[in-house]
Design a protein around this ligand. Structure first.
Ligand SMILES: NC(=O)c1ccc[n+]([C@@H]2O[C@H](COP(=O)([O-])OP(=O)(O)OC[C@H]3O[C@@H](n4cnc5c(N)ncnc54)[C@H](O)[C@@H]3O)[C@@H](O)[C@H]2O)c1
Length: 458
């Protein structure tokens, strides 16, 4: 017994903490943490505004048919110009459910795969154009890289990557293969987010100086449920990591409103987390104080707050809280020299010369109608019927397929995927180093100055 305890103690002392393990990834330079920025290889150039050969009918394979993946199957059955060629999941029941959905829409059966590495076989097939990845976070980048190196475009769920190394891998592989790599940030297509983007681009808010975004979503019931996230991958991640592991829903729409890497760039951040209490309290109440879930150590703080400064002197505040009992919020707040918009807790807009109060409901409705984004004018009706977070998921898929079919640059490129996902490791690094400032790598390697604004291709 004593021997066992001694072995455990020795192992505990010898096993480096996550902070110690990752410290080799970056350097501390003049009070700031910097991750290395690898150089391009000879001949490698940026993929800003990347155009690829048009694809008449986009042949899609969907990997990961869990809660999110089945929604994608349903939406793709209702999109024009696509064929679902293959479905892949570890569970036979999940691919069968996907096939039933395909049959319900009277489409041709897909080939079904259930092996844990079958996504490789799918990427190797010559008759597929787009690999659409809805697995747990750890597999997004490995599948994306394999897909692009096998000549496929790839769309990956959020976050696209969970380490800075993976962010660079996405960028380098897209640049080398000249294949699209889009992160499926659906919140960029929400009708309010797009209407306020439209307003921002038309100067309604003046110069945007500050923005807020968040993912505040009480996921405790789902996270502690063995039947939801496959193999409880989200809870396991929460046990091992702190910082903001899910930054892209909040950051994506405001990064586009601020034209990040289209004339400005994320420069550095500081991040701070509360202690963890929410998961332990929940586990104690639900499973008992002596349960394994209650005794487990969770690294993720209840609330993480990250502040990012851009090179042009704007700031962004991001929040992440998935373990407190509180109403859902992505904040989505834009503040400029002439006006202000927020989506949560209730949508509101305030504009000069009367910006000390929100405009009234009828003025808000008419403003949102006037500035309704072209995507919503074009396909909002169908999106609302097909659904998926109120239709934004359908608009995202519709735009991806439209751009691929017309050989146009995608709305969101690999640099968006890398920048927004990089917050995962950068925020964690800042938290683990007493909220020290951390430089955001320039994933465009200087090319952010080439473009002066965000444009969505037509
Ligand atoms: N954009 C959004 O609004 C949104 C919403 C929910 C989830 N997500 C993202 O979608 C992804 C999936 O989340 P989820 O809630 O569906 O989780 P989930 O656990 O329900 O689904 C993941 C699926 O991937 C499958 N899988 C795991 N390893 C695999 C492998 N080797 N090969 C094939 N399939 C494999 C699992 O069997 C599971 O069915 C996550 O990245 C999550 O962040 C995005």
């Amino acid at each position: 017994m004593k021997k066992n305890i001694a072995i455990i103690l020795i192992l505990f002392i010898l096993t480096p903490s996550y902070a110690a393990k990752t410290a080799a990834n970056y350097k501390k330079i003049k009070g700031r943490i910097e991750f290395p920025e690898p150089k391009r290889t000879a001949g490698q150039t940026d993929v800003l505004q990347l155009k690829c050969a048009p694809i008449d009918t986009v042949r899609v394979a969907i990997i990961g048919i869990g809660m999110r993946g089945i929604g994608a199957v349903t939406r793709y059955c209702q999109l024009e110009g696509v064929k679902i060629k293959a479905l892949c999941d570890l569970k036979q029941a999940n691919v069968d459910k996907g096939q039933l959905t395909i049959q319900k829409y009277k489409k041709k059966d897909a080939d079904l795969y259930t092996g844990s590495e079958d996504w490789k076989k799918i990427c190797e097939r010559p008759d597929i154009d787009l690999i659409y990845v809805c697995t747990n976070w750890q597999l997004h980048t490995p599948i994306a890289i394999y897909a692009m190196t096998h000549g496929k475009h790839v769309a990956i769920e959020v976050p696209g990557a969970i380490t800075i190394k993976e962010c660079w891998q996405l960028v380098d592989t897209s640049e080398k293969t000249r294949k699209h790599c889009m992160m499926l940030e659906n919140c960029n297509y929400d009708s309010f987010e797009l209407a306020t983007l439209n307003m921002a681009q038309q100067g309604v808010f003046g110069d945007l100086m500050y923005a807020e975004g968040a993912y505040n979503h009480d996921l405790r019931k789902m996270t502690f449920n063995e039947k939801t996230y496959q193999d409880m991958w989200r809870l396991k991640y929460n046990a091992e990591h702190t910082g903001n592991p899910y930054p892209t829903h909040g950051l994506g729409p405001i990064a586009h409103a601020l034209s990040i890497h289209r004339g400005d760039k994320l420069d550095y951040l500081v991040s701070m987390s509360t202690d963890q209490k929410g998961m332990t309290v929940y586990a104690e109440e639900k499973f008992g104080k002596n349960s394994d879930y209650a005794k487990q150590k969770y690294s993720l703080g209840d609330m993480n707050t990250t502040i990012i400064r851009t090179s042009k002197g704007k700031t962004i505040m991001l929040q992440h809280d998935v373990t407190s009992p509180r109403p859902y919020s992505r904040l989505h707040l834009l503040s400029g020299t002439k006006g202000f918009a927020q989506k949560y807790p209730t949508p509101g807009i305030a504009i000069e010369p009367d910006a000390h109060q929100f405009i009234n409901k009828s003025k808000l409705d008419s403003l949102l109608t006037v500035y309704k984004h072209p995507f919503w004018k074009e396909t909002g009706e169908k999106a609302s019927i097909v659904g998926g977070h109120g239709g934004m998921d359908f608009i995202m898929d519709y735009r991806l397929i439209y751009c691929l079919r017309n050989g146009l640059p995608l709305d969101m490129d690999v640099y968006d995927a890398a920048e927004w996902s990089s917050i995962v490791e950068l925020s964690e690094t800042s938290v683990l180093n007493g909220s020290m400032p951390v430089k955001v790598p320039d994933f465009t390697r200087g090319s952010w100055k080439k473009l002066d604004k965000l444009t969505y291709a037509k």
